[in-house]
Design a protein around this ligand. Structure first.
Ligand code: SF4
Ligand code: SF4
Length: 255
């Protein structure tokens, strides 16, 4: 039986997710014995366009990205978005809250007019996706689970409950009770509440949990004395794209 051909592609992002996969080291060789990797510029020079499964990293920020992504979608039998930029737009969506003139001149200075760019979107806002691997960066163990599922002809379903559940399981004292704004209650689990267990808060990198109760979250945020301005700033880091769709964070859309 022929092995499925796999390709990795990057759009606007830091390529940290592909680095996580490269960091699997010897296990990547095990995985590669069940697949044929035909395109993965972080680990091999040769490239081919006859792939069955495409992993997409990065968000869509330019008209030429959209064209390239649609071409990949046409070729791939399965398309998996991986990492916060690809699944939820990621921190690239910060620019969606500024005027185009402002962010292009901040980044490109006097050369701004030479660069095509528009409001950032996640992959699923441009083409249909068959699966998503969340996180910034992704958890390499979750990537292995996704690949194993694909080899069995199945789609891996990520957890559909909030980070608070994993946080409680880990025995942490809630950061909200300690006066720190944490977004665990509206963020999808799957990271084992890693940031909170390490003494930080949840920033929302795995995206909104399906069916997040935004009204209840707002009530909790108010009850713990955080200003709405502070909360909006925190949402924009990772959750801005989706929460704006819900009418939760405002400001001008740039095109
Ligand atoms: S709000 Fe944050 S610290 Fe509190 S239980 Fe949820 S994930 Fe843990
Ligand atoms: S705790 Fe929150 S910010 Fe940290 S890895 Fe998990 S989802 Fe991402």
């Amino acid at each position: 039986m022929s092995k499925p051909k796999v390709a990795f592609f990057d759009f606007a992002g830091c390529e940290g997710d592909q680095l996580q996969i490269a960091n699997l080291e010897e296990r990547l060789l095990d995985i590669a014995s069940h697949l044929e990797i035909v395109n993965f510029r972080e680990v091999k020079t040769e490239q081919a366009d006859n792939y069955d499964i495409a992993f997409i990293e990065g968000s869509i920020t330019r008209p030429e990205d959209e064209k390239r992504l649609k071409k990949i979608r046409k070729q791939a039998k399965m398309l998996i978005a991986m990492g916060a930029c690809a699944t939820i737009g990621g921190i690239n969506c910060l620019k969606n809250f500024l005027g185009k003139q402002e962010y292009t001149s901040l980044v490109y200075g006097p050369y701004a007019r030479h660069y095509s760019t528009y409001a950032t979107r996640p992959v699923r806002a441009v083409v249909p996706v068959d699966g998503e691997i969340h996180g910034c960066p992704i958890d390499k163990e979750e990537f292995v689970l996704v690949v194993k599922s694909l080899l069995l002809g199945k789609i891996y379903i990520p957890p559909d409950y909030p980070v608070c559940v994993e946080c409680k399981k880990a025995g942490n004292i809630c950061q909200l009770e300690q006066g720190r704004l944490c977004l665990g209650m509206i963020t999808r689990a799957g990271c084992k509440a890693t940031c909170i267990s390490a003494g930080s808060v949840c920033w929302g990198c795995r995206g909104p949990v399906p069916g997040a109760n935004l009204d209840a979250a707002r009530q909790v945020i108010d009850e713990h004395g955080f200003s709405w301005l502070e909360a909006e700033d925190r949402f924009r880091l990772y959750l801005g794209y989706f929460l704006r769709l819900q009418g939760w964070v405002y400001e001008q859309e740039t095109t």
